[in-house]
Design a protein around this ligand. Structure first.
Ligand code: ADP
Ligand code: NA
Length: 330
């Protein structure tokens, strides 16, 4: 088994994944499990960097895992687990905290963004050091590649720096990972304001497609998507961001190329595109929602999948941690 190892995680905080999470990340995870030795986790330890209601966090962690399975992650083909089930994350996290300079941690731009949202004085030290926990997440599994969005590139750089620092001081211990920025990943924009990314925090409810919403409500959102005052259906992100976003979503979900879609909709009105896309979306979310619900309705199966995943993950993580402790004199 010489397949490169990948590691990625998703936060459980939102409950439902939105269409951007699916097309921008989760779908690629599903594809990568075929070609890579893939480790995927629901990062509940990262979720508590901001206050969480315990019952809600527990529920959302299960919903996230159920959605990953519904999306096509196969526990026979990848290792799917919940971060807090593998205590080595917190343990190696501490080691990495001690290896990181305060100034170095202070330069992480994602913290600045997230702390600003919290109000600078309210942000926890955990939020400040979350990139360092991410470093531990990656290094524990000796991952070669980390599939992430562009916004996470700085954290992969930090991971490489810390791995090299540790290896230099204490002897070869960690694989140096590379970012795996997915070029073909669709960037999905808000349906009401196509100048901003679809996002849990920034989108208005009407601009955000939550995959677990009522399919009918989703169809309605698609039909009322903001376009422009022109009538031509053409992919042009500069001048027609709304229409281009709809074409991207259509193409991503159906596999029909954008030029093909442009030909198909030549001479047709925006309404035709929206009506068809609403149907495509309903056809996608309906079974996705049903499969997610099936996993949630069968807690024993879900628990058993996550327990086996944690066991597989732990076997790797424990070995890395043992070597690390040994090198440090612990
Ligand atoms: P949000 O931005 O809604 O808070 P997250 O930061 O939790 O979402 O993102 C989880 C994953 O989904 C990341 O890999 C991110 O790159 C991807 N993602 C989020 N929003 C979009 C989007 N609008 N288009 C494409 N990918 C996205
Ligand atoms: Na984000």
């Amino acid at each position: 088994l010489d397949r490169p190892r990948v590691l990625s995680g998703i936060q459980p905080t939102a409950g439902s994944f939105h269409l951007g999470n699916y097309l921008g990340a989760v779908r690629q995870w599903v594809a990568l499990q075929e070609s890579h030795d893939a480790f995927y986790m629901v990062v509940d330890l990262h979720a508590i960097t901001v206050p969480q209601d315990p019952a809600e966090l527990r529920r959302n962690t299960r919903i996230a895992a159920a959605q990953l399975l519904a999306a096509g992650l196969d526990p026979e083909r990848c290792t799917l687990f919940v971060q807090s089930h593998v205590p080595e994350h917190a343990q190696l996290g501490w080691v990495m905290n001690c290896l990181t300079g305060f100034g170095e941690a202070s330069r992480m731009t994602q913290f600045k963004d997230k702390a600003a949202k919290q109000g600078a004085d309210r942000a926890s030290v955990g939020l400040f050091t979350y990139p360092i926990l991410q470093v531990a997440d990656i290094l524990l599994y000796q991952a070669h590649q980390v599939p992430v969005g562009e916004d996470q590139r700085q954290h992969i750089e930090l991971t490489r720096d810390l791995a090299e620092r540790f290896n230099g001081r204490y002897g070869d211990t960690f694989t140096i990972p590379a970012p795996y920025i997915l070029k073909e990943t669709a960037k999905i924009y808000d349906l009401q304001d196509p100048s901003i990314k679809m996002s849990k925090s920034a989108s208005t409810p009407k601009g955000l497609i939550n995959l677990l919403d009522e399919p009918k409500a989703t169809a309605k959102k698609v039909k009322s998507a903001v376009t422009d005052t022109d009538t031509v259906i053409r992919y042009d992100t500069e001048n027609k961001p709304g229409v281009s976003n709809l074409l991207t979503i259509h193409s991503s979900l159906t596999g029909t190329s954008i030029p093909e879609l442009e030909r198909e909709y030549e001479g047709k009105m925006y309404g035709a595109l929206k009506t068809d896309l609403a149907e495509v979306m309903v056809e996608f979310v309906t079974p996705f929602r049903d499969r997610t619900q099936e996993y949630l309705d069968d807690p024993e199966t879900l628990d058993s999948i996550l327990a086996k995943g944690a066991e597989k993950a732990r076997a790797v993580a424990a070995e890395t941690l043992a070597t690390t402790y040994d090198r440090l004199g612990l």
